[in-house]
Structures are given as C-alpha cells and as structure tokens.
Ligand binder design. Structure first.
Ligand SMILES: *Cc1c(COP(=O)(O)O)cnc(C)c1O
Length: 227
C-alpha cells in the first residue's frame, strides 16, 4: 500500500516525463486531483503533499467536503453533469466548471455567480469521436456555445474538455485528444482566447499531454480505485 503523497509524486513524475517526451514546456500541464467519492481525509493528505486543485462530479458529494475544508487553499473544479437545480450551488462554490454543454445552464451560472467572486472559469465538454459517454457537445455546436459563454460577463471561457473511451494503444488514445486540440485552434482562429485543454485521466494522460493538454484530471492513480 502506498500513501496518497507517494501516488501524487508518481503522477507528477509521469506528467513531467510526458512534458519532456513530447516537447512541452516544463510545468505547462496542471494536475487536477479528482476526489469524487473520496473522503475529506484523502483531500487533506493531498493538500499536505502540495496539491491545490480538486475536481468533484456530484454536488451532493462535494458540498459537505467543501464545508469541512473551508479555509483550505483549494481551487474547486466541477467536472460532472449539471442539472438546472444545481447551478446556484455550483456558481457559488466552485472556481471552474469543465462540463458545460448547454446554453441554458451557461446563462443560469452567469446569473447566479456571486458578485464578490471572480468570473467562473468555463470549459465546454465536447463529445469527440470515441467518447466514453453521450455527454458533451457535438463538435459542430462548439463555436456557437463558445460565443455565448464569451459574451457572459460572470463567466470566463477558458477552453474545452473531453472524456474519450479507454483505448488500448497510444495512437488510438491520441486521436480524440487531437480532435479537441483542433477545435481549440478553430476557436483561437475565430478570436476566442481559450487557453485550456482539459484532457487526460489516469489511463491516458501521456497521450493527452502529447496532444497539448494543459490540465489532466486524475482520480484513481492518486486516491485509489472507487467503489
Ligand atoms: C472520474 C473522472 C476523472 C478521473 O478518472 P480516473 O480514471 O479515476 O483518473 C476525470 N474526469 C472526469 C470527468 C471524471 O468523471
């Protein structure tokens, strides 16, 4: 059994190695620790080991942990499906949302983002080829929603996110990530200053870094398997 600190340092080493292998600047890939279903004690152990960004999928799971960890130096990222009746708490309690895919939800988050907080950082979730679920925007709908989000004052459009299905070899893993990067390039060409590609998880972070990921979302390899 290894500790969370040991696992974290192994994941950090994998990221550094991938940055080197694929010609990415050192430190250009941020690590989001996905703490969904894991207890407060696990998050505290990761904070102790220097981790600051944490990702949660389920609001009901996240809220009590956020309360218990109030005052800790944490950036909270919401990465799960968003129902309309959850937007108020998400807008008030998170720094980032990676899983936006509907205009209606964008407008609610914008309207409900408290004035005393910085604009909420937003990534649009895209259903690239070989996606693990049906969630996410059709690639052809990305530009339109990106334009909407860019025009909302309490949101800050940061980039794109995807969750491809597991693939066996590196080439197959890289394909959907490349597709997301090409979509980002299109947005950039159209004048939207998107700086974030949220892609790569425990099993495929090297492939994601190879294709330009700026943020990998890692749960299992830091906190262990989920029940
Ligand atoms: C659970 C989850 C992760 C982490 O996946 P692991 O394979 O455990 O690293 C990343 N992103 C999203 C959106 C998730 O739901």
């Amino acid at each position: 059994m290894s500790t969370i600190a040991e696992r974290l340092s192994r994941v950090r080493a994998r990221i550094s190695r991938a940055e080197q292998d694929y010609g990415r600047p050192a430190g250009s890939v941020q690590l989001l620790a996905v703490s969904k279903t894991k207890p407060v004690s696990a998050i505290l152990a990761a904070i102790e080991a220097g981790q600051r960004a944490f990702g949660e999928n389920y609001l009901q799971d996240a809220l009590p942990k956020q309360e218990a960890l109030a005052g800790q130096p944490i950036a909270w990222h919401f990465i799960g499906p968003i129902q309309s009746n959850k937007t108020k708490a998400i807008a008030a309690g998170f720094d980032w949302v990676h899983s936006l895919e509907r205009e209606k939800i964008a407008r609610r988050l914008n309207d409900q983002r408290p004035d005393n907080l910085a604009p909420l950082n937003i990534c649009l979730q895209v259903n690239v080829s070989g996606e693990a679920s049906k969630a996410g925007l059709d690639p052809g709908s990305v530009q339109a929603l990106a334009d909407v989000v860019a025009g909302l004052p309490r949101l800050r459009l940061r980039g794109l996110m995807c969750i491809p299905a597991p693939a066996r070899d590196l080439d197959a893993q890289r394909r959907p990530f490349r597709q997301l990067r090409e979509l980002q390039e299109t947005l950039l060409a159209n004048g939207l200053a998107v700086d974030t590609l949220s892609m790569g998880m425990s099993g495929d972070l090297e492939a994601a870094v190879a294709e330009g990921s700026t943020l990998v979302r890692v749960g299992t390899d830091i906190f262990g398997a989920r029940d």
